[in-house]
Ligand binder design. Structure first.
Ligand code: T4K
Length: 412
């Protein structure tokens, strides 16, 4: 029995929903249902903050959350904010980035938007197709007199080549910021992500394994930078009636911090479940032709937040998009993160029509993320993997059916 209440065998081609069988899941199986943690403790905190009538503006829960995050990551400062996008924007401004900043295109679009929002040009750099991370070898040719910084993204929670990026940044006098939105709880060479570059940005969005509904933070060891960001996220107020800096409203609320603190208390349990799921996927996906699961370095701390597969169409006989369609027909909402890459989204596609990023294009056309987290159990994983195996086994039929469906949709 699966968590959605029924079990549908997937043994032969005709069992696949895309080929006419019954869907495996009655309810959608989402890729990232929020982890909730201890509901009683959360509700007790909600009661506390209501009793206190202190709902936002650096309340006690936000302060406690900042302290706990900074302690856990071994950094001097955590500046909590309302989400990671605003945190990126504020960090970018506080670091005085301007002109051009080098970023990967294979990332959530917020990384690029946080620059463009401030009229700073993102300069898209290709990735290493094996790691999916910024390729240091491609950076230097993109540096111009207008370049002010590099933003590395620890995609999937796997650390960038931090040392190589730091060396390039130092040699060219550039600022180095990390978008560590997916990387809370992960390490690089044994040290927790959070302490690298000039600053790192974390996300606590509902879909992240540690969530505060919406939320984010900038972590840094730079005292002056932290002070500037504290001003900036609070309209530039240094004191009542005293504004000393341009600012915005980037504050985290007490209710968000209450959720964040409660999530933190269950962190090890969340990681344990993610790790179990990751290993189950590895077992069940093993040996499927053309399907490779992205691995996490077991020598580092990982949050195992994403189950990422790459599909090699030439070997599998099935395209990534056809596999996604087959899974969707079963009510498995697998996602094509981060397709098609920022450089192929507006406004960047029109602004930079000639950008060539072959590794990004290739990876973006092959990747699919599968459901995990505390709302996903072993039986569901076995079923999802069985669907993948069958879909690959009957790849030609699946491809034909998906093509036919598209044609009939186009005809409507
Ligand atoms: N940098 C990077 C590298 C990032 O990955 C992100 C965010 C950011 C920066 C910016 O961080 P924030 O400003 O968001 O703090 C989701 C998240 O909204 C986004 O936070 C995340 N990255 C991105 C990778 O994924 P969508 O568009 O995929 O969200 P959505 O609504 O489709 O939800 C994903 C799945 O989760 C769906 O199957 C539905 C399910 N879901 C979602 C929510 C919100 C639930 O079951 N419950 C929920 O409450 O962007």
């Amino acid at each position: 029995m699966n968590l959605s209440g029924r079990s549908v065998a997937k043994e032969v081609a005709a069992d696949l929903a895309v080929l006419g069988g019954a869907p495996a899941f009655a309810e959608p199986l989402h890729i990232g249902r929020p982890n909730i943690g201890d509901r009683e403790r959360l509700l007790a905190r909600f009661n506390d903050l209501l009793d206190r009538r202190w709902l936002t503006n650096a309340g006690p829960y936000v302060q406690e959350f900042e302290t706990r995050i900074a302690e856990r990551l071994g950094v001097a400062h955590c500046v909590a904010m309302c989400n990671a996008t605003i945190a990126l924007e504020i960090a970018i401004r506080a670091l005085d980035l301007r002109g051009e900043v080098i970023v990967p295109s294979f990332t959530f679009v917020a990384t690029a938007h946080a620059l463009q929002w401030q009229e700073i040009s993102p300069v898209f750099c290709d990735i290493d197709p094996c790691t999916h991370l910024l390729d240091p070898a491609c950076i230097e040719e993109l540096i111009t007199p207008r370049t002010s910084g590099i933003i590395g993204v620890h995609l999937w929670g796997r650390a960038c080549d931090v040392d190589a990026l730091a060396e390039i940044a130092q040699r060219h006098g550039l600022r180095l910021l990390f978008d560590a939105a997916p990387a809370f709880g992960c390490s690089y060479r044994g040290r927790m992500i959070g302490g690298f570059g000039h600053a790192e940005v974390l996300s606590f969005h509902a879909t992240k394994f540690l969530n505060s509904f919406e939320g984010g933070a900038v972590v840094t060891d730079d005292h002056a930078l932290a002070e500037r960001m504290r001003l900036m996220k609070n309209f530039g107020f240094a004191d009542y009636d005293e504004v000393v800096h341009v600012g915005t409203n980037g504050k985290m609320t007490e209710v968000a911090a209450a959720m964040g603190l409660t999530s933190l208390e269950s962190l090890d349990e969340f990681i344990g479940v993610n790790q179990r799921n990751y290993r189950l996927y590895r077992q069940h996906l093993a040996g499927i032709p053309g399907v490779t699961q992205l691995s996490y370095d077991e020598g580092e701390a990982n949050n195992y937040q994403y189950i990422v597969i790459e599909l090699d169409e030439a070997v599998a006989g099935l395209s990534r998009d056809a596999l996604q369609a087959a899974l969707q027909a079963e009510n498995v909402l697998a996602r094509r993160y981060f397709y098609p890459g920022c450089h192929r989204m507006e406004p960047y596609r029109s602004r930079f029509p000639h950008v060539l990023l072959p590794a990004t294009d290739r990876v973006a056309s092959r990747v699919l993320t599968l459901p995990t987290g505390t709302a996903v159990g072993p039986e569901e994983i076995a079923t999802v993997c069985r669907i993948v195996r069958l879909a690959v086994e009957y790849g030609a039929q699946v491809m034909d059916r998906v093509r036919d469906r598209r044609k009939s949709l186009d005809a409507v």
